[in-house]
Design a protein around this ligand. Structure first.
Ligand code: SAH
Ligand code: SF4
Ligand code: F3S
Length: 474
């Protein structure tokens, strides 16, 4: 008999990929997906601990399941991922009706644990070793991932997939929980990564995004031979069928010239670099222990501009970090003006217990000031994004079509339904245009006629005749 699985995922791309892998392993056991937690035999939450808000969301979702579990005690409720690793037994204490807790390094055990629970084994918990719970090799082994299992139906589109190349993180920025929940930084063997990418290409996947918390820190040593990140990019580039390669997230100090040269020279590589600056103030960067100064970042950014004058660069920022003065915040505003990022992800500092930041510095910026700085920085970034997107007016871009846009409207015309589609350019800008179902998964030339801070709007270019553009779906 088929069993029904409901899975909810929060957090970063790592979690999206982990959920895909968990679903693939449970399908093998006869599970099918449902979008109703009420109707599901098993309900799983793949969780994130990066900010308090992400955890609160999960605890309240768990609260809403209390009655459903009382009515149907056979329903299995599981908490997976980073919050499972961080809170461990505390989750059983806060929500005693939870059956299963599994950290991100133990996800391969999920099918077995679920079947044991169904057989009456009671609550189960599998987590990896903490960063001080053993020797490095032992801790590394306890964070191993199970990447080869894939499930195309779990991906946002069958044409795009994530491939993990670096597990964990060793940078220990003082605000960040990731190194303790995802374990030591480990690069996966290139042969495994390439086999996975080839497999994805053979299933029709056209775009691969390589993942790592510090993706450009990738380095794999095998005997005498070292594979650098740029070597890996070159090898992935050789795979027939793959049309686009992206990678996130970059660590500024590891943005070496060989990486920039590779991005410049290889046509399948997206001309897009996500390299978070986090703050524009040296004093704040020092308290964050980011490992670089504003001068280091500027030097790196100058090199990006030298090798890749037109590439899009984006950033993350934390506002209201411990002790952030108005002047320090102004330095962040200035850095956004200086670098004109394509976009920035802006977060209000959220203290994470167990981090060096929580130990060393009081979380002394009020919520109101954090919110206000967040808004000011966002307004400035939006102004810059909108102004820079205007440069695209009248230009033609290549778009990999991902699917119907979120606000899709459907018009029926004489030659079939017209859909509002969305996709991305080689520099990772979102483009919305009218087209049809058949175009999903194709790479199309689009002429841009309008733009705002987040989106370019265009028409499919059907043919060039002389200097004129003939377009479809105006
Ligand atoms: N490895 C990536 C980021 C991973 S977390 C990097 O180093 O850039 C994604 C983003 O969340 C971070 O870039 C940071 O901006 C934000 N973040 C991490 N910890 C946070 C915290 N405690 N409070 C608020 N934002 C945080
Ligand atoms: Fe966190 Fe810093 Fe590692 Fe990024 S580099 S995951 S911010 S510790
Ligand atoms: Fe969150 Fe874990 Fe990713 S803490 S940001 S899901 S690595």
């Amino acid at each position: 008999m088929t069993k029904k699985l409901y899975i909810e995922t929060v957090g970063c791309q790592m979690n999206v990929l982990d959920s895909e892998l968990v679903v693939a392993s449970l399908r093998k056991e006869g599970y099918e997906l449902t979008d109703s937690p009420q109707a599901a035999d098993t309900v799983l939450f793949n969780t994130c601990s990066v900010r308090q808000h992400a955890e609160d969301k999960i605890y309240s979702a768990l609260g809403r399941l209390k009655n459903a579990k009382q009515e149907n005690p056979d329903k299995i409720i599981g908490v997976l991922g980073c919050m499972a690793q961080k809170d461990q037994k505390l989750i059983f204490q806060r929500a005693p009706y939870v059956d299963l807790i599994v950290g991100p390094g133990q996800l391969h055990q999920v099918p077995q644990l679920i079947s044991e629970i169904a057989d009456g084994a009671g609550q189960q918990m599998e987590v990896s070793l903490g960063r001080k719970d053993g020797g490095r090799a032992e801790i590394e082994r306890s964070h191993e991932s199970f990447d080869p299992l894939r499930d195309p139906t779990m991906r946002p589109t069958p044409y795009q997939a994530y491939v993990r190349i670096v597990i964990g993180c060793d940078k220990f920025c003082t605000y960040c929980i990731v190194p303790s929940v995802r374990g030591p930084e480990q690069s996966r063997p290139p042969a495994q990564i390439l086999a996975e990418a080839r497999q994805l290409a053979s299933e029709g996947c056209k775009e691969i995004t390589l993942l790592g918390q510090t993706v450009n820190s990738y380095k794999f040593k095998e005997g005498e031979r070292t594979t650098r990140f740029s070597d890996l990019l070159n090898a992935v580039h050789e795979i027939p069928g793959i049309e686009r390669i992206k990678f996130v997230t970059n660590y500024p100090k590891d943005m070496t010239d060989d990486v920039l040269e590779t991005v410049r020279d290889l046509p399948k590589l997206a001309k897009y670099l996500h390299v978070p600056l986090q703050s524009g103030s040296d004093a704040v960067l020092d308290r964050m222990k980011r490992g670089y100064t504003t001068d280091d970042y500027r030097e790196m950014h100058d090199r990006i501009r030298e090798w890749l004058p037109r590439a899009a660069v984006s950033s993350d920022f934390i506002v209201g970090f411990c002790g952030e003065t108005e002047d320090e915040f102004q330095a962040t505003m200035d850095s956004v003006r200086e670098y004109r990022f394509k976009n920035s992800f802006i977060f209000k500092y959220s203290e994470r217990p167990g981090t060096k930041g929580a130990e060393r510095y009081p979380d002394d910026i009020t919520e109101e000031v954090k919110r206000e700085r967040n808004n000011r920085l966002l307004d400035l970034q939006n102004e810059i994004s909108e102004a820079d997107n205007q440069d695209f007016l009248g230009r033609e871009v290549e778009v990999l079509v991902e699917g119907p846009s979120k606000t899709a409207t459907r018009k029926d015309e004489a030659d079939g339904p017209v859909l509002q589609l969305t996709g991305r350019t080689m520099c990772d800008r979102i483009v919305v245009f009218e087209g049809n179902q058949r175009q999903i998964g194709e790479t199309l030339p689009i002429a841009i006629y309008d733009a705002n801070a987040h989106t370019l709007f265009g028409n499919v270019v059907t043919q060039h005749v002389g200097p004129e553009l003939f377009t479809l779906g105006v």
